[in-house]
Design a protein around this ligand. Structure first.
Ligand code: NAD
Length: 512
């Protein structure tokens, strides 16, 4: 357990055995100067307090940034392959603890065990991948235009990085940020989402046990404006990476610009899946169910619009709805459950409000629509999988991110009109096409305005070594995963070594 082993136990409230976490600053457990805390409750059974965390403030952020700044002076000088070895060891520790960490995650955010195991696995994959980067970090070595002169470019760390994360992938997303950042030689202050800090503590526990020195990673828990804002404004922070909603992205981007920080924004989505007449319909139905209702629809890449060609429209809906009605909903710790609760009351209210909007707009709701609050469901934030059909692409339910188990099915005439519907949206994260026609598949890859396109697979399922991120209101052009993360967490330095022993002027002293 993180608090038992990291730097000494902080098991307060021993009568209830509820774990109480302090902030993790400079390798020490530190109480917030606010003197205030908040609870992390299980959304499948809100009677359970999973853990208690510090409700931190600007002074706590200042202390964490100071610690990270001191640590940077030494960490940047540790050879990158040595830094990477620590991350490799962390992967092996995470493997050993995968089951415990997955169970903690299901309890704090409701995702079913199969998926929380996948979330921990993604952090493991990201650890192995980034550990490999410690021996690469390639830069160009090129000929100089002058004789007896050497020219190359090297990657250098940026300094102290601030990270702000959402609740839906509470270990995977922090790992996408922390691991490349520290392999590149930066130090970090991370603010996890207030619904899911425990999984970030578990990840950092593994990294600390693997040997990450004190001050290199610091955790400050709390709320957006109380911790996220001072982190974004802090003059010592040189890079800020946010994954969250587009609304918060606008604020963070504008604030970060005031002090010329590197700023990576990974934001919302409204992801289309197109099903053409020639598709394997059974495969498309299976993919659609997984894309729409996996993680209770609470993925930035969730399949929230299914655009179906008219020749198979009726058949698709009939079988899709029949299968959606049979999904087993409940506490994700039960291995037979297929869909867990909404993460919190606010998200459930948002889902229910969009269901009302859909009905008012005249969409045809053929499945779900109700909160489940009787029997085993009475203490959780459960909602039926909900399907609207005959949706007009201009309706709000087809344009706005709901972030719940609510999917809109839209008819289309052909690939061309499907792509027009798919693209006519504010966001551009993920997209999918089901077809057996290779020509149509490649045309869609070219024309869909999204950072990710899947052929014959749903809109979810990214792998850590490929670029992850989106176009338009989904972000500001950066990519996590793969080499894009190195580009974000380093700055290029061009290096010229003149060994001619005389002054040579570039562009002026030309060798003919
Ligand atoms: P959110 O935007 O409400 O919060 C994200 C984080 O920002 C939290 O830690 C929050 O405390 C913090 N925050 C809130 N206000 C802030 C402020 N003014 N300044 C600084 N920080 C602030 O999002 P959420 O509800 O946690 O997550 C759901 C959203 O995240 C969805 O829109 C989803 O699409 C998006 N998301 C995107 C990706 C991606 O990679 N594109 C991945 C996962 C989730």
């Amino acid at each position: 357990m993180a608090t038992d082993t990291l730097t000494g136990p902080t098991m307060l409230g021993s009568t209830t055995k509820t774990r109480v976490f302090k902030n993790f600053i400079d390798g020490e457990w530190v109480e917030s100067l606010s003197g205030d805390t908040f609870e992390d409750r299980n959304p499948a059974d809100t009677r359970e307090v999973v853990a208690i965390f510090q409700r931190s403030n600007k002074q706590d952020v200042d202390a964490a940034v100071d610690a990270a700044k001191r640590a940077f002076a030494k960490w940047r000088l540790v050879p990158a392959p040595r830094r990477a070895e620590i991350v490799f060891r962390a992967a092996e520790i995470l493997m050993e603890r995968k089951e415990d960490y997955a169970r903690d995650m299901t309890r704090e955010m409701g995702k079913v065990l199969k998926e929380t195991r996948g979330d921990v696995q993604e952090a493991i994959d990201a650890s192995y991948y980034n550990a490999g980067e410690g021996r690469r970090m390639f830069g160009p070595t090129v000929p100089s235009e002058l004789p007896n002169k050497f020219a190359m470019a090297v990657r250098q760390p940026i300094g102290v990085c601030g990270m702000i994360t959402p609740w839906n992938f509470p270990m995977a997303i922090p790992s996408w940020k922390l691991l490349p950042a520290i392999v590149c030689g930066n130090t970090c202050v991370i603010k996890p989402a207030q619904d899911t800090p425990l999984s970030t503590f578990n990840l950092v526990q593994a990294l600390t046990d693997a040997g990450v020195p004190k001050g290199v990673i610091n955790i400050v828990t709390g709320f957006g404006t109380e911790v996220g804002t001072p982190l974004t404004e802090h003059p010592t922070i040189r890079a800020i990476s946010l994954t969250g909603s587009s609304a918060v992205g606008k604020i963070v981007g504008a604030t970060a610009a005031q002090s010329f920080k590197h700023c990576s924004l990974e934001l919302g989505g409204k992801n289309p899946m197109i099903v053409l007449d020639d598709a394997n319909i059974e495969l498309a139905i299976e993919g659609g169910l997984w894309g729409a209702f996996g993680t209770t629809g609470q993925r930035c890449t969730a399949t929230s619009r299914i655009i179906v060609q008219k020749g198979v429209y009726g058949e698709f809906i009939e079988h899709f709805v029949a299968r959606a009605k049979k999904l087993k909903i409940g506490n994700g710790l039960d291995e037979t459950v297929e869909m867990g609760p909404a993460v919190n009351e606010n998200q459930l209210k948002t889902d229910l409000s969009y269901i009302e909007i859909g009905k008012t707009e005249g969409a045809n709701m053929v499945c779900g629509g109700n909160r489940l609050d009787k029997g085993d469901y009475q203490h959780g934030w459960f909602l039926e999988p909900t399907v609207f059909v005959d949706v007009d692409p201009k309706m709000r339910i087809a344009q706005e991110e709901i972030f719940g188990p609510v999917v809109s099915i839209i008819p289309c005439d052909d690939l061309e009109s499907a792509i027009e519907i798919a693209n006519n949206i504010e966001y551009g994260l993920s997209s999918a096409l089901y077809t057996k026609d290779v020509n149509k598949a490649f045309a869609a890859v070219r024309d869909l305005e999204a950072g990710i396109t899947y052929i014959n697979a749903p809109t979810i399922g990214a792998e850590v070594h490929l670029p992850f991120g989106g176009t338009k209101a989904t972000g500001n052009g950066h990519r996590e995963g793969g080499i894009g993360a190195l580009d974000f967490y380093t700055e290029w330095k061009a290096v010229y070594v003149d060994y001619s022993d005389k002054l040579q002027k570039a562009q002026i002293d030309r060798v003919e």
